[in-house]
Design a binder for this molecule. Structure first.
Ligand SMILES: *Cc1c(COP(=O)(O)O)cnc(C)c1O
Length: 535
């Protein structure tokens, strides 16, 4: 075997300490089953503090709205309710959950396209509504009038920004109103003055590019100027989410891994993936085509640091730093971090059921072609890869296949393009049989479905897993824990527990004895604090 291509997860003190608490984790998974989601609410408060520190550094005020859609956990939302944070909700259920967790409507914003029930509860409760379209504004105004409700505070979500003299445009979005149509939208706001109060404008862009966001942020400042010239008094710029997370401990590992992935796509090294999946790359007669369809798992500037960097960028046409632009107008800054606010806040545990070597094949394995239930590859991808996959599998040396009691929808890392290794949490105490060193394996799920692979890449682990061991997938709290989990094949959806630790937050407490837990729905900050005995 060649040098292991590790992609070790970034584990900060709390999460690292939890993953060393071997007995504790095995007790939890033993009692509550596999898969099991574990959330760390206290870490969320620390992430919030890091965002607030960036606001302070730039002398800015405004709300930090957690994008609830990243995780359904009650413990995380309730813990956040005990801080100064606000919450961004994108459905009726999320709004009910936020209100029931202790967020007063002042600290809630309803975003995304809304159905009538969602819009009604938002208006009735006094939640701020981030208007997604002109039609939605009309609907909201009508129901405020029909029910004699107080004026609803609104923000206008804009998209399709372009700045004169700057070539860069922001990407198209099916959400929000095009900046070019602001004038018509403001006419509607004027008509609905009795029902709504305009408090700001904003965007949410699904991009990692700070340059694009700078165009959008400056566009919002200009849009606020337009609003004020029309006699409105909005003060907030809402820059949405997308601050990102750094999943990996070592940037060099990521560099090496992606280089080798490219070489594998070109055929200049042995395949690294299940049936030569290529993560979007193609070899066309020796030329590499396509683009790596992966999350940039190593992001040296992520989360609060990304916000800091964005605010320090010059406005594309006005030149001054974006933070200065906001400050000189006394505008507020709203942010809606999802993934970044739950960084290091969760882990998904899965039990190893079986470890076996698939036989070295000299016959044609069935290819992905014709698998009607393959949800993970586009038809093009499949057709493209199938022939080469068959050829490769005919001569392959066989694989180590690790079957887990969890499926690909329980552990959404692969689905979200995040490549990161799991951490082995052995069942047996260290000091037993000597381990035989690094192994390369594929991780398969518990569904009777060829496509149910928890990783489509060969994962390198420092030692071989055994049945009964746990694999811990770190940092799944952002979208990779419960976003797509379902009851396919009547396999249970993972239970969720909240954990917290006695002693210092730096992870120096005694691992197995310092951790406490409760079911996610049992967690309330006050009760948790009393249990901890550190009130
Ligand atoms: C999803 C979403 C977010 C959060 O995005 P992250 O990338 O998780 O930070 C924020 N705002 C809106 C409107 C969203 O749809």
């Amino acid at each position: 075997m060649d040098v292991p291509l590790y992609l070790e997860p970034r584990l900060e003190s709390r999460l690292a300490s939890l993953l060393r608490a071997r007995t504790f984790l095995h007790t939890l998974a033993g009692g509550l089953g596999s898969p099991l989601n574990v959330v760390l609410p206290d870490r969320m408060a620390e992430n919030l503090a890091a965002f607030r520190a960036v606001y302070r550094r730039h002398y800015l005020s405004g709300g930090i709205f957690f994008a609830h859609k990243a995780n359904r956990s009650s413990a995380l939302v309730r813990r956040l309710a005990a801080t100064e944070a606000a919450v961004d909700v994108a459905s009726l259920g999320e709004l009910q959950h936020a209100l029931g967790s202790g967020f007063v409507p002042d600290r809630v914003m309803a975003t995304g396209p809304k159905n009538p029930e969602f819009l009604w509860l938002a208006a009735r409760s006094g939640t701020t509504v981030n208007i997604d379209s002109p039609v939605e504004l009309d609907e909201l105004a009508a129901l405020v009038r029909d029910y004699g409700l107080p004026r609803t505070r609104i923000l206008l979500r804009l998209s399709g920004f372009c700045t004169p003299g700057v070539r860069l445009l922001t990407r198209q979005s099916r959400f929000g109103t095009a900046e070019a149509e602001l004038d018509g939208l403001l006419k509607s706001v004027e008509r609905h003055r009795d029902a709504v109060e305009l408090t700001g404008v904003g965007y949410h862009l699904d991009t990692t590019s700070p340059a694009e966001k700078a165009v959008a942020l400056e566009g919002c400042v200009k849009a606020l100027d337009t609003c004020r010239a029309r006699g409105f008094t909005p003060r907030a710029v809402d820059i949405g989410g997308g601050f990102g997370t750094d999943y990996l401990a070592d940037g060099a590992q990521w560099q090496r891994y992606t280089t080798e992935l490219t070489n594998a796509a070109l055929g200049t090294r042995p395949p690294m993936t299940w049936r030569r999946h290529t993560y979007g790359l193609r070899n066309e007669n020796g030329t590499l085509r396509g683009a790596l369809a992966l999350y940039p798992a190593h992001r040296p500037t992520a989360g609060a640091q990304y916000l800091d960097a964005l605010l320090s960028l010059p406005a594309p046409s006005l030149g001054r730093p974006l933070a200065t632009l906001l400050l000189e107008n006394l505008y507020e800054l709203h942010t809606e971090p999802g993934r970044a606010l739950v960084d290091q806040c969760g882990v998904t545990l899965a039990r190893v059921l079986e470890v076996r070597r698939t036989e070295a094949t000299d016959r044609t394995e069935p290819s992905d072609r014709g698998e009607s239930t393959d949800r993970r590859e586009s038809t093009d991808d499949r057709a493209d890869n199938a022939d080469r996959a068959e050829a490769a599998d005919r001569t392959g040396p066989g694989h180590l296949l690790v079957r887990l009691d969890a499926n690909a929808d329980d552990i959404g890392l692969e689905e979200h393009g995040v490549l990161v290794d799991p951490v082995l949490v052995p069942r047996a105490a260290p000091g037993g049989a000597p381990d035989a060193g690094p192994v390369t394996c594929y991780l398969a799920g518990n569904l009777c479905l060829e496509a149910d692979m928890i990783t489509r890449r060969a994962v390198h682990l420092p030692s071989a897993p055994h049945p009964g061991d746990l694999l811990a997938f770190a940092n799944t709290a952002g979208y990779c824990m419960d976003f797509s989990a379902d009851e396919a094949q009547q396999q249970p959806v993972a239970r969720k527990v909240a954990v917290w630790q006695d002693g210092p937050a730096d992870g120096t407490g005694r691992e197995d004895t310092s951790w406490h837990w409760c079911l996610d729905e049992q967690y309330w900050p006050h009760v948790n604090r009393r249990r901890k005995g550190s009130a």
